[in-house]
Design a binder for this molecule. Structure first.
Ligand code: GLV
Ligand code: MN
Ligand code: MN
Length: 420
């Protein structure tokens, strides 16, 4: 069925200009971006976004979690007072991983903003407010999905006391952005105020490219659990201590890393495990390592499987640590649950792709995204556009502009279907 708004399209040149301006903030020598949360470059990107919103004559909004957004207030189609209090949020994030790419997060925010501009200049009447959101610290430099968890009311004191990036770094970051624990905890919105959340993102994998498909419609977002594991041995002279006498913390940490890979591949084929960092103390050529702190993250699409994997990984860490005469300390650093995407939103995306003549396929997301914070409060959905060579969290990240524009048009069309 043809919709009254079916001919509406985003302005690809205007969106590209905004995208390029943003990509120049925190640009690295190899054309990636380095914008970890509340770094100078991230603060500069946030300031640019705010000024850009104000220049575009949209309403600028911020909250206690530092989420920044553009709001297009409802121009009501019906006089239903209930409809007029709800907001459909579109968005993503402006922070990046260290030495990341230009597209992860930035594309979703720029597309969301472009949708609002297009709706406004065409005078489209909707039943909900539209909001284009930059969520704080999606990538987890400090906490991970921080702004969206705060907005959803899921953030706790404990999350803020024991963040995975370390409490000192979080406090320093919040100070730089003029935020605090109490402001963070004040950012929750009422469930009744949310009409839904939609996000456009790059795929960060090769499935769309391999199958030559224009759009991926996300079925579910994987869950993420994190721990700091400390393997503790004894510092000794690296030259005069015999190999038998050493209690070398690096051996437990390394043996665990290899064994965890093998176990997950063998027993948990739907899951992944990652040791993203090892911190050696004292950390010198000529001292046997006394302690190695391991940053451990694992992901699963299924809550039950998480419980099994969690137990298996902790048992493995204890076993490998005992094997080398070490002590093991474990610190749980939080979890994000796996989330199913909303059926109605998925259909709105599929209908929009069909109307635009774009091919589409359903696929799960192995990356975490802010939608998983919101999925138990309101209808949430995501679409992916192809990533060249599947590259992401790397300066090699690249998506053809034509694909970015296709994604933005699907976002626009689906938002209109859901907002009318
Ligand atoms: C975010 O991109 C994540 O999946 O870690
Ligand atoms: Mn992202
Ligand atoms: Mn990312």
């Amino acid at each position: 069925m043809s919709q009254p708004f079916s001919s509406l399209r985003v302005d690809p040149d205007r969106m590209r200009e905004s995208f390029n301006q943003l990509a120049s903030i925190g640009v690295t020598a190899d054309s990636g971006v380095d914008r970890p949360t509340f770094s100078d470059a991230h603060l500069a990107a946030r300031k640019w976004f705010r000024e850009h919103i104000e220049k575009s004559s949209l309403e600028f909004h911020t909250d206690g979690a530092g989420n920044h957004s553009a709001v297009l207030p409802v121009i009501a189609r019906s006089d239903s007072p209930e409809a007029m209090t709800k907001t459909l949020i579109l968005g993503s994030h402006l922070d990046s991983v260290p030495n990341g790419g230009r597209f992860d997060g930035a594309l979703g925010v720029m597309a969301a903003l472009e949708v609002l501009k297009t709706v406004r200049e065409n005078g489209i009447r909707l039943n909900v407010h539209l909001e284009a959101m930059d969520f704080t610290d999606e990538e987890g430099t400090l906490v991970g999905l921080l702004g969206s968890a705060a907005l959803a009311g899921h953030l706790t004191q404990e999350n803020l006391q024991k963040p995975r990036g370390g409490r000192d770094k979080l406090v320093e970051g919040m100070n730089r952005a003029g935020l605090s624990d109490s402001s963070m905890l004040s950012a929750a919105r009422k469930k009744e105020s949310l009409a839904g959340y939609l996000e456009l993102h790059i795929e960060q994998g090769k499935r769309l490219e391999r199958t030559k498909t224009d759009i991926g419609i996300v079925t579910a977002i994987v869950g993420i659990w994190s721990y700091r594991l400390s393997f503790i041995g004894k510092a000794d002279h690296a030259g005069s201590t015999t190999m038998e006498d050493r209690r070398d913390a690096s051996l437990g940490a390394s043996a665990f890393t290899l064994a965890a890979r093998e176990m997950v591949m063998r027993d948990f084929p739907n899951c992944v495990v990652n040791v993203g960092n090892m911190d050696f103390a004292p950390g010198a050529f000529n001292i046997v390592p006394a302690q190695v702190d391991v940053s451990l993250e694992f992901r699963s699409p299924d809550e039950d499987e998480f419980n099994h994997l969690d137990k298996a990984l902790l048992e493995l860490a204890a076993k490998e640590s005992a094997c080398f005469g070490l002590e093991l300390k474990t610190e749980f650093l939080g979890k994000h649950s796996p989330s199913l995407m909303d059926e109605k939103v998925r259909s709105a995306f599929a209908e929009s792709c069909d109307a635009l003549g774009l091919s589409h396929m359903s696929l799960p997301s192995g990356a975490g995204h802010d939608g998983q914070s919101l999925a138990d409060l309101c209808p949430v959905g995501m679409i992916f556009v192809p990533s060249v060579d599947g590259a992401s969290h790397s300066p090699r990240e690249f998506t053809k502009w034509e694909d970015c524009v296709n994604g933005a048009n699907v976002l626009l069309q689906a938002a209109l279907r859901l907002a009318m």
